[in-house]
Design a protein around this ligand. Structure first.
Ligand SMILES: [Zn+2]
Length: 66
């Protein structure tokens, strides 16, 4: 049984089911963790790299060029 480092709930995965470098996510808190070691199992939080908040800067396509 693997416990979420964030909320301490059962991640519902077995230690021998995961490989190093694999990403697991917690169904409870939604956090993603990368498996950095398997014996013993060690998880590190995955940091979301695109935290930029310019998602609503969509390019205007309705600029009529006529
Ligand atoms: Zn969790």
């Amino acid at each position: 049984m693997v416990i979420c480092p964030e909320c301490e709930s059962d991640l519902d995965i077995e230690e021998d089911e995961v490989d190093e470098g694999e990403i697991v996510s917690c169904p409870e808190c939604g956090s993603d963790f990368e498996v950095v070691a398997i014996e013993p199992l060690e998880l590190t939080p995955v940091e979301d790299e695109d935290e930029e908040e310019d998602e609503d800067e969509e390019e205007k396509e309705e600029e009529g060029e006529y």
